[in-house]
Design a protein around this ligand. Structure first.
Ligand code: CA
Length: 225
């Protein structure tokens, strides 16, 4: 899943990017509200982490309001140094879905990002399920039936994205946009390679079960039981 971080303090932005990448997310950073507005309208992002205090004319609250006015409903977590009830209410009223006061623990940010990704849910608790395949976003455990499946970071990220859209046709472009960040030089071939890796781990060893990962030649892929 891909996350947009709008934060003007480079240290915090870098730390958030690194931390979220370790958890398997693709992360892009912008440092001002104007870029935040243009990036924020890109449907490739699954969650926006938005700093409330931004330099320039527009602050985080106003930016969030503009995104909502433009019909963008990507979940937004607002970061702020200010934690009074009035500030929190203003943030949420502007259309933010959640609110986190600086300094925050990294685990809490990740947990809140995860919580937002569960809405609207085909997910109960922290587990995604398609057929007998399960993926637990809390402890990064993937299983087919009762058999654990070991995935690399990117394979996990790819599978998580597919499991958020069961039964839907997912194009290579959608995968590139939601699983890799903007700095990654990804060719459609790379997606095929990763789909191959994934198939070798979730379908091929389970020849008695029906395959879950389907290729629709010329269209894309579908994860379906
Ligand atoms: Ca700031």
């Amino acid at each position: 899943m891909r996350i947009l971080v709008i934060e003007d303090e480079p240290k915090i932005a870098r730390a958030v990017k690194q931390g979220l990448e370790l958890k398997g997310f693709a992360v892009d950073i912008v440092s001002d509200a104007e870029s935040g507005l243009s990036y924020g309208t890109d449907p490739s992002y699954d969650v926006v982490v938005l700093d409330r205090m931004l330099p320039g004319k527009m602050d985080g609250v106003e930016l969030c309001r503009k995104l909502r006015d433009d019909g963008i409903n990507t979940p937004v977590i607002m970061l702020t140094a200010r934690g009074t009830i009035g500030d929190r209410v203003e943030g949420l009223d502007s259309g933010a879905d959640d609110y986190l006061v600086k300094p925050f623990s990294f685990d809490e940010l990740t947990a809140r990002v995860r919580a937002l990704l569960r809405r609207p849910a085909n997910q109960v608790g922290t587990e995604l399920k398609v057929g007998d395949l399960s993926l637990d976003t809390n402890n990064y455990a993937v299983k087919r039936g009762k058999t654990p499946v070991k995935l690399s970071h990117k394979e996990f990220a790819l599978l998580e994205y597919l499991m958020h859209h069961p039964g839907q046709v997912i194009t290579k472009d959608m995968i590139i946009n939601h699983v890799w960040d903007e700095d990654a030089d990804i060719l459609p071939n790379t997606v095929e390679v990763y789909i191959g890796y994934l198939r070798n781990k979730i379908d091929r060893p389970f020849s008695k079960q029906k395959p879950l990962l389907h290729t629709l030649r010329g269209f894309g892929y579908k994860l379906e039981a």
